[in-house]
Design a protein around this ligand. Structure first.
Ligand SMILES: Nc1ncnc2c1ncn2[C@@H]1O[C@H](COP(=O)(O)OP(=O)(O)OP(=O)(O)O)[C@@H](O)[C@H]1O
Ligand SMILES: [Mg+2]
Length: 402
């Protein structure tokens, strides 16, 4: 049984002032463009020219009519017979003719939201920035947007912390912020690199007809994409919460079905590690009136931590009812958390130094987002842990928040 019980203080959900008034027109990363009629074989040279552009907007009479991104373009051109097939066609034939067009006066967070609403693979694309008349102004990478948004978020949280901090804590706060920004950049870069090299390997498997290999690589590709999406979503969610723009949408839903789904996702996250995961619930179904998306995200954050930090043993997701409340616990046989670290857990950007293992992936935002979401659902979260034995997180939520 874990010996340490730590009750968590309620968080301040007063919106902080987010520096979200940045307009994306000022963030343009490239002004590269090409005419639609240029032949593909000539366009290819542009990707190898000085500056090695990541993308070219296809522009006709000042208006963007398409977008060619380096990776998709070169993959098509250099696959078997690609050059013969496409070389003499106009570049517009290889372009995405419905790229995301965003007005340069649009706010940073709004543009990022628009990019995340697109099918997932498109987040590697660039936004095409236009002026109010629809004329081409330049390109802006989604990655740059996420990094800028992370800076705005870090600044806003640090401002809040600074207001309460003692002089001795100031240095520490700025160190934590820098570490967080370094993590975000690292975490964005590593899945992107994994995705690109996996896609290249899959192409080789495809050419050689190795279907088994293709399947394995596809699973890795999906998990890299999922971790990238989770990071971006955490940054976006916390930005929204900080700016007081996160709405609660209440509806009736089956908690057991949601938990079943989360456990299945947990199984994927555990991968090949010798860790069992199961759901323990007395009822077959239990309907509550709350926000299902936020509920799911809270439990998924806890389960994904358990899956990430547990090397062997088991994870149990348990559902209990207590009058008008439900209590969901996530119990693991992972490394546990030291008593002195429990206070830091829910602070933004914090990752606990673990001498037993290497630094784990992540930005240290998961539990911060979880704690804020719990507040929005009028819930309460606490943790019990024993260093070396395991950790249990408890989430107590009202059955009806309407
Ligand atoms: N189940 C757990 N067992 C052991 N340590 C944990 C567990 N859950 C959280 N922690 C510790 O708390 C820290 C903060 O967790 P949090 O979810 O906020 O961030 P993260 O998982 O490191 O990154 P992110 O969630 O942004 O990917 C973790 O880095 C880890 O040190
Ligand atoms: Mg986490």
């Amino acid at each position: 049984m874990p010996s340490v019980l730590k009750e968590l203080k309620p968080v301040n959900t007063q919106p902080a002032v987010m520096q979200n008034d940045t307009r994306i027109g000022g963030l343009i990363t490239s002004r590269e463009h090409i005419a639609p009629g240029i032949l593909v074989k000539h366009a290819a040279g542009r990707f190898f020219s000085e500056g090695r552009p990541e993308a070219l907007a296809v522009v006709e009479c000042n208006e963007p009519v398409g977008l060619v991104t380096r990776n998709k373009f070169l993959m098509k051109l250099f696959r078997a017979y690609g050059y013969e097939l496409y070389g003499r066609r106009p570049v517009i034939s290889l372009a995405d003719t419905a790229p995301l067009l965003v007005d340069g006066d649009e706010r940073l967070d709004v543009a990022l939201d628009m990019a995340m609403d697109r099918p997932f693979h498109d987040i590697y694309d660039e936004l095409v920035v236009v002026d109010s008349k629809g004329c081409y102004k330049g390109l802006l990478s989604v990655k740059e947007l996420v990094i800028r948004q992370s800076h705005a978020l870090a600044d806003s949280i640090v401002q809040k912390e600074l207001a309460n901090a003692k002089a001795s804590e100031l240095e520490k706060i700025s160190q934590v912020k820098s570490q967080f920004l370094a993590n975000v950049t690292h975490e964005l870069r590593s899945p992107v690199n994994a995705i690109i090299s996996l896609a290249e390997l899959m192409k080789i498997s495809c050419d050689k007809g190795y279907i088994g290999q293709l399947k394995d690589r596809l699973s890795l590709l999906l998990s890299s994409s999922a971790s990238l999406k989770a990071i971006i979503n955490n940054v976006l969610d916390l930005s929204k919460i900080e700016a007081g723009k996160m709405d609660v949408i209440t509806e009736k839903f089956d908690v057991v079905a949601e938990l079943d789904d989360v456990v299945e996702t947990g199984r994927i996250l555990i991968g090949a590690k010798p860790v069992d995961i199961k759901l323990v619930a007395d009822e077959q179904s239990l309907f509550i009136e709350s926000d299902p998306v936020k509920f799911r995200q809270i439990i998924l954050n806890l389960v994904s931590n358990a899956a990430k930090f547990t090397e062997e043993g088991r994870i149990i997701v348990n559902l209990e009812t207590e009058g008008d409340f439900i209590i969901v616990s996530v119990d693991d046989t992972g490394p546990g958390i030291k008593n002195e670290d429990l206070d830091k857990l829910f602070a933004a950007f914090s990752q606990i130094e673990d001498t037993k293992t290497k630094r784990h992936e992540g930005t240290g935002l998961g539990l911060t987002v979880t704690k804020y979401l719990m507040n929005l659902l009028k819930g309460h979260i606490w943790v019990e842990s024993e260093w070396g034995r395991g950790t249990t997180f408890f989430a107590r939520l009202a059955k009806n928040i309407a």
